[in-house]
Design a protein. Structure first.
Length: 90
């Protein structure tokens, strides 16, 4: 799973029928310190995340397992909205 920040939304009028009704969000991967990283990508949102929120994103086959239909062409899914992050130095 990846810690990300939602930075925008995607609207697509033409898409695979399996994606009808799926909310698509643009997320930016966060680095270990919680600041922005370089990677940005689109993730399906089934938890109701909004722009500006920190989220947990599952990728690959785990992303498809998060939705009800395992045949949906998704490779990244927002699976949680983060309330707080606590890091400890080892």
């Amino acid at each position: 799973m990846i810690l990300c920040k939602v930075i925008g939304s995607v609207w697509a009028t033409r898409k695979d029928e399996a994606l009808t009704g799926v909310k698509l969000m643009i997320v930016r991967r966060l680095n270990d310190s919680g600041t922005k990283g370089a990677e940005e990508f689109v993730a399906a949102d089934f938890v109701g995340a909004g722009v500006g929120e920190k989220v947990i994103v599952a990728t690959g086959s785990a992303a498809r397992n998060a939705c009800l239909d395992k045949e949906v062409p998704i490779d990244a899914t927002i699976v949680g909205i983060v309330d707080a992050v606590e890091l400890q130095d080892n």
